[in-house]
Design a protein around this ligand. Structure first.
Ligand SMILES: NC(=O)c1ccc[n+]([C@@H]2O[C@H](COP(=O)([O-])OP(=O)(O)OC[C@H]3O[C@@H](n4cnc5c(N)ncnc54)[C@H](O)[C@@H]3O)[C@@H](O)[C@H]2O)c1
Length: 335
């Protein structure tokens, strides 16, 4: 298959591209290498992909309408895995416009490309943050998610709505994946595990929000990739049982699906830090702080829909996953 993957210099996109190339797919990789976090890390991820056969590395902003039209016209991908986005909850309070450009205008350009070039399946990244003010746990794709608490979450929810419209109007199969706090080797420097590791190794105190009482359904990156690949291969189809009298938010009479991809096992932040301390062989100096605006106290994924449709549930424990991250971090930064 020829697969357009956006965000190939990013954390999850680079892992997904490796998996697709390793099984013999052709990958058209798009990324604008923006400087939201260290560009050298993005370049290092790409430098491991570029030697692989079938990888086509393209520098392009997904918000560039003409550029995206030309990309689809030239490469005519069979399927699309759309992961490029402005990520991060906290940064969306600082720079909301970046989210409108990358996540709304960018997603629009992807949908239009799929519409005009008969793409067989669009799989795109949504986020656990769409659950916002929901408190009924575990979070289910069959629950209503109309109360986002950050603009980041609102753009991700909008991506789901925009995709539904295109599935309905043009019959384009779309699958939205709500990822739950992803971590692992080649991770993101703006995320807690990365920041904690850097600070603990440097002997600096770490900021622990919500006094460490946050619960997160931390999900190891290989488990996310497995979910992405399996859903990519399982083209979204209409739910024949769907009824407008009792509309199920997770499916539709259009070829539209949503899945949570989370470990289904929430871990308290303070426990996550303890495991990291064990792996690093050092204690953290903890600066205990209240909850941050836009944050939610807990996330917990109901993954039944993923199990039912693609026979899969993430299983890597945080003990295993954090150890692998620390091994990678020490090797990459030579510390
Ligand atoms: N990592 C997580 O815990 C998590 C959780 C939920 C959802 N997600 C979503 O998963 C996807 C991938 O996240 P990630 O953690 O790999 O983030 P990342 O920031 O590492 O990767 C995103 C990549 O997209 C690129 N990009 C951003 N804007 C672009 C634009 N306008 N044009 C072209 N390229 C652009 C960036 O340069 C980056 O390389 C994102 O959509 C994110 O919102 C991630």
């Amino acid at each position: 298959m020829k697969v357009l993957v956006t965000g190939t210099a990013g954390f999850i996109g680079s892992h997904v591209a490796h998996r697709l190339l390793d099984r013999g797919d052709e990958v058209i990789g798009v990324d604008n290498l923006n400087d939201y976090y260290e560009v050298s890390l993005k370049e290092s991820r790409l430098s491991r992909l570029t030697p692989k056969q079938g990888f086509n590395d393209i520098r392009l902003d997904i918000a560039d309408r003409a550029g995206m039209e030309a990309l689809f016209a030239k490469h005519k991908p069979d399927r699309v895995v759309h992961l490029a986005a402005q990520a991060g909850v906290r940064y969306s309070l600082e720079n909301p416009h970046a989210y409108v450009e990358a996540n709304l205008v960018g997603h629009m350009n992807i949908l239009e490309g799929c519409r005009h070039h008969q793409v067989e399946h669009l799989v795109y990244a949504s986020s656990s943050s769409v659950y916002g003010a929901n408190e009924s746990m575990p979070f289910s794709v069959h629950d209503n998610v109309d109360h986002p608490l950050s603009l980041y979450a609102a753009t991700k929810k909008s991506n789901e709505l925009m995709s539904h419209t295109y599935s309905s109007l043009y019959g384009i199969p779309t699958t939205g994946l709500r990822f739950f706090t992803v971590y692992g080797p080649w991770g993101r420097p703006d995320m807690a595990l990365f920041i904690f590791t850097r600070k603990i190794l440097a002997g600096e105190p770490i900021d622990v929000f919500n006094y460490g009482k946050h619960k997160r359904d931390f999900t190891y990156v290989d488990d996310i990739v497995e979910g992405v690949i399996r859903t990519l291969d399982h083209v979204a189809s209409p739910n024949d049982q769907w009824s407008g009298m009792q509309p199920d938010p997770g499916t539709s009479k259009a070829p539209y699906r949503l899945y949570n991809i989370g470990s289904n096992n929430p871990v308290e932040l303070s426990r996550y830090i303890e495991i990291l301390e064990d792996c690093l062989g050092r204690k953290a100096e903890r600066n205990l702080l209240p909850m941050q605006p836009g944050d939610v106290p807990a996330t917990y994924a109901d993954v039944q829909a993923l199990i039912d449709d693609v026979g899969y549930k993430p299983e890597t424990t945080v003990e295993v996953g954090i150890a692998r991250f620390v091994d990678w971090y020490r090797d990459y930064y030579k510390v």
